[in-house]
Design a protein around this ligand. Sequence first.
Ligand SMILES: [Zn+2]
Ligand SMILES: [Zn+2]
Length: 888
Amino acid sequence: MSEQGYDHATVERRWQEAWDEADVYRTPDDVDDPTYVLGMYPYPSGKLHMGHVRNYTITDAYARYRRMRGDDVLHPMGWDAFGLPAENAAKDRDTNPRDWTVDCIETMRGQMESMGFGYDWDREITTCTPDYYQWNQWLFSRFHEEGLVERRDADVNWCPHCETVLADEQVEGEAELCWRCDTPVEQRELEQWFLRITEYADELLEAIDDLEGWPNSVRQMQRNWIGRQDGAELEFSVEGYGSVEAFTTRVDTIFGATFFALAPDHPISGELAEEDEDVRHFVEHEADPEGDEPNGVETGLTATNPVTGEEIPVYVADFVLSDVGTGALMAVPGHDERDHAFAEKMGVDIEPVIAPEPDDWDGETIPDAPDVSEAAYTDDGVLVNSGEYSGLESETARERLTADIESAETATQYQLRDWGISRQRYWGTPIPVVHCEDCGSVVVPEEDLPVELPEFINTTGNPLDAAEEWKQTTCPDCGGPAERETDTMDTFVDSSWYFLRYVSPDLEDAPFDRERANDWMPVDQYVGGIEHAVMHLLYSRFFTKVLADHEGLAHREPFTNLLAQGMVQLEGEKMSKSKGNTVSPQRIVEEYGADTARLFMMQAAQPERDFDWSEEGVRSTYAFLGRLQGMVEEYVDSTPDGDDDAIASYVDSEIDATVAIASEKYDELTFNRALRETQELVRTLRQYADFTEPHAETYERGLSAVVRLLAPVAPHLAESLYEQLGDETEDEFVVDAEWPTANVDHEYVRKRRKLVENTREDVRHIVDVAGIEDPQRIDVVVAPDWKYDALEIAVESDADNLIGELMGESHIREQGDAAASYGQDLQAEREALSRTLDPDEEYAALESAAWLIEREFDASVRVVGADEVDESVLKNAEPGRPAIEIED
Ligand SMILES: [Zn+2]
Ligand SMILES: [Zn+2]
């Protein structure tokens, strides 16, 4: 075998079998509140891709870390096994979705095992099994009982290629394309089942503030998605059509309303389109709600402003959305950017009615109106040109106007819509409803659940519709003939509560064990892709709240901490099967081993960041692991016999520093930082052994720390090395080993490392500048005590005259010119000053690090106290920056 390699295949297979045999990742049902670490379960599409590997390495590393810290850990895995791709794949391959899905799961489970992910497979869940989806049906009927299910006609997004309804979230971009197949989406009207998530809009919005363990970006995306606006509804009278309701958040600007705008699909727009060719053309061909600039068409109608009585023109405009607000609005170009753009384009008046509040405003004088001809003034301010309301502040004016306008009422609007869960597809949970001519839609009673899927029929439409025998049933209410509902549920229903099923995956009489869920939930650390920021993460919150209200769940939020991991890219591009730029995890595992793949990924970047795959990086990671194995073998083969000297003490303090910093980084899930520290320690140990005969205890402590610090990320090799280093008293597996501890002050570590680094740099600099070819002796001279005192005073002091203050101290004043000169230096750098170690600590730190300089320059190094040298040398010695004297 090459020097740089190791037999990863044997090592990994051996430990996977050993873990399996010892059942080390099992979480017994009776543990108390385990740390719940969860990766978003995958859709079984065939093979693991690098995104999966990264996602699950993050959770696995964190789960292993928590386990070594002594926690009980729950780290389960399952399959988001329903969904359209399986149905399409089955058609392509002339099989059925179930067989195809089961095959994919087998493959992917095997890959996960080969990656060494430590899951409790006894808790595995698969959503396409009746054992699981019966609880989707049960939950549907519970939601129904609680009034949270509705059936109604709805315009739906229809993908003609997939032949299915799509949720708004599944329609992408300005071109409104199907998220799966990029076909332009059409509108259709169908009877649909809805879950009434809007009932929870306020709580879903307000509770976001408390999700402190979530990334701000995700929180903001959810806020925007819910899109609550507080404002007023009021009526404008439109000529020939009577009162038309409009919604505004800025009723304080009503005096500046210079036109009225209707959505293209507002009923009045529809009527107008039938008689007015221009309106019809606009509505059918030009309106583009997603466009960059607002478009519209004049209707020739006028609307009456309820406050001023003024008649203003009515437009049909594509920036007015019928599903937001009322589909009609008063437009105020002076104070709304979009209205402003439209007014400029169409030549409508732009009038200022809000002025910025002057700094010295007395609260009464009416300020000058701002110039809004070029741009709208959109902030709150003081009303101008607004009759009796002029001089009021915006907020007061809103209250007064809402009270004074007869038709006005405070109102809240949401962007959030109820969740349409109907899908006209086979591979999902059948919606447990039968349609009876006499009784209407009847929910299937609990004792008749599950409603199982019939055998798959390969048809262009909905296979459930074609399953005649399955479809014909009897009504649970009247016993008469009835037909089953043929829609299945959006698979986001499955994933809205799967994290609860892991708690009690085999429970037969409820979706989850309430008592255990109350103890084990919420998920402590959830990890997955940012693409789930809205749908999955919002629906899961919704389900959790409903279960808290109606099923005795003691938690209202499912995920305490959320990490949205970045992408693994190839040459700056997202890896994509269709573009052919992917790296196969399987090949990497075969060639370099799972530990290498895991370690490379985790050290490449912080988990939230995107990073580029690099084959070279993989190779050097592999070489690192091989070298580490070599170091341990060498140590075990012949234990060294060095002294417990200054060098050993340096190495010892580096071990402490590494353990302290790496632990902190593991806590924060910044694995890359933890691993960088660990690799740095490996380098220090190697240099130590190269330089001198190491002190055995210190060296072994270092190796043992490295092995444990690497164990969460490179668990297989860590087991091997742990075994080689191990003594009988230790745990059998590194998985269960205790995390190394170090009791050091980070600030101390930082100062010590900076001192050593600065000193080494200074030596390099002098050798370089003075052109010293072969330095023989290097003296490192520590500054005199009084300089440390002076620095301390300078850091503390906020006096203008620092030098005066320093000279107030007799032992500093005694130093004469040297004190004056150092005082000036301190004064000059005052902003940047910070404390250093004490003189004794500096001396000791430099002594123990002297070998590094000795090794680098092949010269003898002395650390010298201030009392041993002349004034002329001391001049250059400062706290944190010793003077350097070199003899060649
Ligand atoms: Zn499609
Ligand atoms: Zn009936």
